[in-house]
Design a protein around this ligand. Sequence first.
Ligand code: AMP
Length: 355
Amino acid sequence: MNDTKIDGMLASYDKNNLTVCTVCSHSSLQIFDGARKEGFKTLGISVGSKKKFYDAFPRGKPNEFFIVDDYKDILKHTDELREENVIVIPHGSFVEYLGAKNFLKLDLPTFGNREVLLWESNRNKERKWLESAGLTMPREIKDPKKIDRPVIVKYHGAKGGKGFFVAKTYDEFVRRVNKNESFIIQEFVLGTRYYLHYFYSPIQDNAYKLDKGSLQLLSMDRRDETTIDEVQRLGSIAELEELGIHPTFVVTGNIPIVMRESLLPKVFKMGEAVVEKSLELFGGIVGSFCLETVVTEDLEFKVFEVSARIVAGTNPYISGSPYSELIQAGLSTGRRIAQEIKFANKKKLLSKILS
Ligand code: AMP
């Protein structure tokens, strides 16, 4: 991270009056609630008008709304936002709505290392990062003619798994694929899914120790995906496919889950390796990140994705998870982020956790 640039952005800030700011969507209720619990003011960026449903959740509602006509307009308002001493907390929808390029050049102090986006959003670089860290990813099948097992076809930039499909043969692939879109073909890993929510602090040593800083496991979830997760209510997938009904993978929610304790050492080893490799490749991932995994019947983890910021799967845990309870009662990821900002501010280390 470029300390000089971030120090420049923070130079005009009243550090006793920082405001936690994010876009009203995704995990913002949790982020605002956590920030408030740590004594921060909060600002919610919203398109068009205030979001009415926030009135129903007073503890998750930001102190103030900042209304823009379009998310891309955030770039035009950075001077005003800086006057509010904002620290931006990015989440998946924030990056998506603003666009990755705009997010990278957003002239506001932002939690985490934005460089990670270049590694995370490029499938080849993501694979290089995770595999060189020693993690196992599902095999990629470059030539569709070589499909010899169930595969999942993923379109680039697909939102929430939309359009993804499963094929078991080359013929099925040809029948279903939309050749106008770019895609990858990945082995469909059989097993149970766990989405692991980590928090890496480069500036605190009070958790699972790494070469620099320490790692926490705050929670884990399983995504609820329509229609794949409930399609069997109507019949077997094979039966339905004969009728032309194909399962889809669109995320609609998140389900809390815990893992057998004997797997936790592997969970920490994977998190550690991902962080250590990120330090080597691009100056390090910071704060919350998630590994999306499938555990096979041999109790091996296959990792199909990394998300380098707070994920919506942390939302079931606004008042703590079975894991975060063992760190601090009622600790959410949103609150943990606010704590990191508070700690860094006190120790004059903000440039180590912001970009
Ligand atoms: P993704 O956009 O990569 O997170 O994938 C969307 C969903 O597809 C995931 O949440 C999983 O349910 C499923 N999925 C993705 N990759 C695989 C895989 N290689 N094997 C089995 N299921 C997968």
